[in-house]
Design a protein around this ligand. Structure first.
Ligand code: TYD
Ligand code: MG
Length: 456
């Protein structure tokens, strides 16, 4: 690389290259390379936080290290606490990513409101909205304590100065893509700016013991650097997902140095901000049609949480040589594969039928345990025979049409029972695990053929 020259960055994943290329070799995105001034080399990242009195270098025995299980601070939202692994860890850096307009600012402002009841210093720094705009949003959300401080600023040096002076316990940076450092000549939102800004914030968090939440917009066009660029730098990465047209939102942990990443939080966007959804299954099944063919209730696991949802399929004769297939909310190739299994093992003529499948509610799932429900939904639509609305189905389908065991069968059955379902169709090999559950009819199936007999 030339001295003082420029370098090309993939704006999606942060891959560096001396030359421009059309496709990023790392993340395979097209047209994401942008030219930026080369960053100065040989800068170490900030050291992880040390307690005073700890040696500054040299190895120590693991046994000598104080466990320092610090108290976690509750955010006042159970769903969020769960995703964080039990609450906020002091001195951690949390990235909240998501599409623009999904509700990141709203969520964090609500967190600020809850925290300012308990903590003395909460600082909300916005680089996107004016104080009046934040005030308007705050009015929709509800009452605020006076201890919440707001600031509109995008210059990171000024932010650092204020944070050092105010010493808040929790600070929010909304959003990282608007922050800039004067020493770096590239525009705010570029990979070098976003990385450097995160480095500064990480140092602040670790050295001062401040919990910092960073908002990062996910961008498809690649005009500003996405949060993936900084995923490896922060302690916790949460993504806020959801269909913009549906009101529910899912907060998913993708990385967590202080807890499991298996947790999700479910929220609903209402007139007065985000509300927690304590029972997502009930919420997801809302509006399920009665007695319609092609609709089957499935049970998926989101981390350790079972969730019931509706799988819909529409199968109809194709008008062209090549059947049309679409899959919303699940893997397209998986749908094709299952159709091929049905064609071969059950002699159903799916190659001359179009198939459209959808997970109601706009969820996206990749769990193989959904296979059986999907298969039944397609057969039900093909034969135009409805599957009972009181039945829950789960199980993986193999290439020979066999139904294979899935994990956590008992939790799934219990969730079905809790929500008043009367029958569960599950893999024969999972029956052993769920024997103890009573009060609900359990039907073990070994092959798709058996399941077919049950729906008629
Ligand atoms: P916002 O938090 O600004 O999104 P982000 O920071 O992720 O870009 O969310 C904005 C959307 O949320 C906007 O479309 C309006 C909607 N909204 C509500 O429906 N109810 C509310 O109480 C608030 C504050 C916002
Ligand atoms: Mg925002």
């Amino acid at each position: 690389m030339k001295k003082g020259g420029t370098i090309f960055f993939c704006q999606s994943c942060g891959y560096e290259s001396a030359k421009w290329s059309g496709q990023c070799p790392a993340c395979r995105q097209w047209n994401t390379f942008a030219e930026e001034p080369a960053p100065k080399k040989s800068r170490g990242g900030p050291a992880p936080a040390r307690r005073s009195g700890e040696a500054r270098s040299g190895p120590v025995c693991l046994a000598e290290v104080a466990s320092g299980e610090r108290e976690r601070i509750s955010t006042g939202m159970k769903e969020l606490d769960q995703v964080l692994g039990g609450g906020i860890v002091p001195g951690s850096l949390v990235l909240v990513g998501g599409d623009p307009g999904i509700g990141k600012s709203t969520l964090l402002l609500q967190v600020c409101r809850n925290l300012s009841d308990r903590l003395s210093g909460v600082l909300y720094i916005s680089g996107e909205e004016s104080l009046q705009q934040i005030k308007l949003r705050a009015l929709r959300i509800g009452e605020f304590r006076e201890s919440l401080k707001l600031m509109c600023e995008t210059n990171l040096a000024d932010i650092e100065e204020v944070v050092l002076r105010e010493k808040p316990q929790v600070a929010i940076i909304d959003s990282i893509q608007t922050m800039y450092q004067e020493e770096i000549s590239s525009a705010p939102g570029s990979v070098s700016q976003v990385r450097e800004a995160t480095g500064v914030l990480m140092r602040l968090a670790k050295e001062q013991g401040i919990t910092i939440f960073i908002v990062g917009h996910v961008t498809k066009e690649g005009t500003v650097a996405g949060p993936r660029v900084l995923e490896h730098m922060v302690d916790t990465v949460l993504y806020f997902e959801g269909d913009r047209h549906a009101s529910y939102r899912i907060l998913r942990g993708v990385k967590n140095r202080f807890g499991s990443t298996n947790e999700i939080g479910v929220f609903e966007m209402q007139e007065s901000g985000l509300k927690e959804v304590a029972n997502p299954s009930e919420y997801m099944l809302n509006g399920k049609p009665e007695g319609a063919s092609g609709s089957v209730v499935a049970c998926t696991m989101e981390g350790t949480r079972p969730m019931l949802l509706e799988v819909q399929a529409l199968v109809c004769r194709t008008n062209f040589g090549l059947p049309r297939r679409t899959a919303a909310g699940m893997d397209f190739n998986r749908v094709n594969l299952l159709l091929a299994v049905l064609e071969k093992r059950l002699n159903l003529p799916f190659s001359s039928y179009d198939a459209y499948v959808n997970i109601a509610g706009g969820l996206r799932l990749n769990e193989p345990a959904m296979d059986l429900a999907l298969v039944l939904a397609m057969i039900s639509s093909y034969k135009d025979i409805p599957v009972s609305g009181k039945t829950v189905v789960f199980g993986e389908v193999g290439l020979s049409g066999e139904v294979r065991a899935v994990s956590m069968a008992r939790q799934r059955v219990q969730e079905a029972k809790k929500l008043g379902f009367t029958k569960v169709l599950l893999p024969q090999s999972s029956m052993e695990q769920v024997k103890a559950v009573t009060g609900i009819e359990l039907v073990g199936v070994a092959a798709v053929r058996d399941a077919l007999r049950i729906i008629g």
